[in-house]
Design a protein around this ligand. Sequence first.
Ligand code: C2E
Ligand code: MG
Ligand code: MG
Ligand code: MG
Length: 290
Amino acid sequence: MADFALNQAKQQGRSTFCFYGGEWREERDHTLQLEQGLLRAINYDELFLVYQPKLDTSNMRVIGVEALVRWNHPHLGVLAPTSFVPIAEKAGLIWPLTEWVLRTACSQAARWYRNEGLDLNVAVNLSPSVFSHQDLEEVIEKSLNDSDLPPDRLTLEITEQSLMIYEAEALAVLERLQRMGTNIQIDDFGTGYSSLSSLKQYHFQALKIDKSFVSDVVTSSDDAAIATTIMFMSKCLDMDAIAEGVESEAQKDFLASIDCRYMQGFYFSRPLAASEMADFIRRLPDDKKA
Ligand code: C2E
Ligand code: MG
Ligand code: MG
Ligand code: MG
């Protein structure tokens, strides 16, 4: 029985939890190691942000950048957020992490403007649980004030889950944040349980079409239909739509054919270090401009 379970777990790969054998223990030790390291990471500058451009493909201008967190772990090297953001959420560390990201992203956007004349909107990802934090609005306001960044240069990317769990509460908070001047975009749109009624009640600035639909948009008629429907819906609701995870010219062309002009993805640029942004913008092809 135990052998059978162990084999099963092995076949499912290393990241699977297994209650037999040593793999589960390895996984648990790894999680513990990350959990213990995270607080140190937040306080001692082991985290850093990279920034991925969002483009208006009709004129090849950058409409903003998304801040994405990385952890330069002293032993494990650079870690992607998918390997530690869920741990931060479980360990109650997502709030200090989010505070750090907000502060850092706002001051970077202000620095780009001051030092390089780049007027960029910066987007920060907010996990659902931060909506229940009483200081969310205050910290956002303070990050903007301290860095002298106008509120309309900040975008908050939230998921459908935030709207689901904290529906009334989250909508009230979002409304106040929008009144403050920040932009709200719905991230990974289509992957969660959409509360269509909250889309109707509240005017978000944009829906981000999840990359899981974009990746096969050219070959899968289902994904093409989903992308087309999200485009149609965003237009009816007077919101923008941004396709994420665009990796090829064929995907870009298909999206353009359904009137999706805002895009983000490796085809245009990987997430960049702050110092690479000016160069990226300077090199954007003039011939593609409208
Ligand atoms: P997301 O907000 O949907 O961010 C987009 C992710 O897709 C990023 O991964 C980005 O690097 C990746 N991506 C962009 N273009 C392409 C492409 O063309 N192809 C493919 N395959 N991938 C592409 P990353 O940086 O690993 O972030 C993963 C997720 O972690 C994010 O998804 C977001 O949900 C979360 N995350 C990142 N930074 C933060 C943060 O500061 N706070 C919180 N709460 N979550 C964050
Ligand atoms: Mg995002
Ligand atoms: Mg996204
Ligand atoms: Mg996504």
